[in-house]
Design a protein around this ligand. Structure first.
Ligand SMILES: N=c1c2ncn([C@@H]3O[C@H](COP(=O)(O)OP(=O)(O)OP(=O)(O)O)[C@@H](O)[C@H]3O)c2ncn1[C@@H]1O[C@H](COP(=O)(O)O)[C@@H](O)[C@H]1O
Length: 133
């Protein structure tokens, strides 16, 4: 996995492009211009907060199960491919949730970039010291 032909030239741009599609579907659904019968994204938005969040739980569980299967199969390529598919489903449904709450993948990537270089151990210790944990 992770060979050149499977890695987008620009991960941020790919995520932003997909988020644009999702946001357009969200707005079209609200305007009555996207049909849940023909658009899976519109179908998710028709389910509201609870339906969207429930789907994230389902997809996360499916990703965990695929990871367990991949480990059991000694990371055989076919199982790795299934795991990538489940992770892609999970990321996609997270993009739907971000859109539902008026957020963008750029917000998440920005937060991850902000954290770059800060050890999670140090960050947690600082939170505890500040009484925020
Ligand atoms: N990236 C995705 C994408 N990834 C996953 N999925 C869908 O997410 C669903 C995953 O659900 P499950 O694994 O639970 O399987 P399921 O049986 O279909 O779902 P349930 O019946 O269990 O609810 C599948 O129906 C996939 O087709 C996606 N659907 C859409 N997109 C993107 O969104 C764009 C707009 O899609 P539409 O709104 O459908 O036109 C597309 O062009 C794609 O770029």
């Amino acid at each position: 996995m992770n060979k050149a032909n499977t890695v987008p030239a620009d991960l941020n741009r790919s995520l932003a492009h997909l988020a644009d599609v999702v946001d357009q579907r969200r707005d079209a659904f609200k305007a009555g211009q996207a049909d849940p019968k023909t658009s899976y994204t519109a179908l998710l938005f028709s389910k509201g907060d609870d339906g969207i969040l429930k789907k994230i739980g389902e997809e996360a569980t499916e990703a965990v199960m695929a990871a367990k299967d991949a480990r059991h199969a000694n990371l055989a390529p076919e199982q790795q491919k299934l795991l990538v598919g489940e992770m892609a489903d999970l990321w996609f449904h997270c993009l739907i949730a971000l859109s539902q709450f008026g957020l963008r993948p750029e917000d998440v990537v920005g937060e991850l970039e902000r954290r770059l270089g800060t050890s999670g151990i140090e960050e947690k210790a600082a939170r505890k010291a500040n009484g925020n944990d």
